[in-house]
Ligand binder design. Structure first.
Ligand SMILES: [Ca+2]
Ligand SMILES: [Ca+2]
Length: 185
């Protein structure tokens, strides 16, 4: 049997190195593509969340201009005072802002907002943010021009704040809140 020449062995080895290099480049490109797609999707979620919370905030502001008070007693168990972790934007809250006289809060049946097309409806009727959590809000119930919300250190001179707890789905601490989508920042 004729033995392979050194040049031929060198050529085969070189080809193998080239093949491994090509595979490594492909793996690198695929990983870059996947991370890019994930980033685009996350940006889309944040854009959607920001649109929803801003729409809800504008509705609350329009409500106040019309009734010169904030809606109360819409969510059981949440007193209308400040310093709580936030009131959930339940389906009842959105339906009231959309023209229903729930708990006597919209006697003129005014439509302050359309329920966002991007809002997702869960089986229990609550409208969720892109990460599957209920948005939250707080109004300046004592009308002193600022808000107090438990765990929130950066909310100051606004009359109403609406937020999504963001990708980490938490807002109990300032660290939790770093990825929140807030109407005041
Ligand atoms: Ca206040
Ligand atoms: Ca968060």
């Amino acid at each position: 049997m004729k033995a392979s020449s050194p040049n031929r062995r060198h050529a085969v080895a070189f080809t193998l190195v080239e093949l491994l290099l090509v595979i490594a480049i492909i793996i690198l490109l695929v990983s870059m593509l996947l991370s890019g797609i994930a980033a685009v999707r996350e940006n889309a979620r944040r854009t959607k969340a920001r649109g929803d919370v801003n729409a809800i905030r504008h509705a609350f502001q329009a409500y106040y201009l019309e009734y010169t008070r904030w809606p109360s007693n819409l969510v059981a168990g949440y007193p209308d005072n400040e310093g709580t972790p936030g009131i959930p934007v339940t389906a009842s809250v959105l339906n009231m802002l959309s023209g229903q006289n729930l708990s006597g809060n919209n006697p003129r049946l005014l439509r302050f907002m359309e329920i966002p097309n991007s809002a997702t409806s869960s089986p229990d009727g609550a409208y969720l943010d892109p990460w599957g959590q209920t948005n939250k809000y707080m109004c300046d119930f004592d009308n002193n021009g600022t808000l107090q919300i438990a765990g929130c250190t950066d909310l100051v001179d606004v009359a109403v704040g609406v937020w999504s707890t963001g990708r980490n789905r938490r807002d109990a601490t300032p660290e939790d809140r770093q990825d929140d989508i807030c109407t005041w920042r």
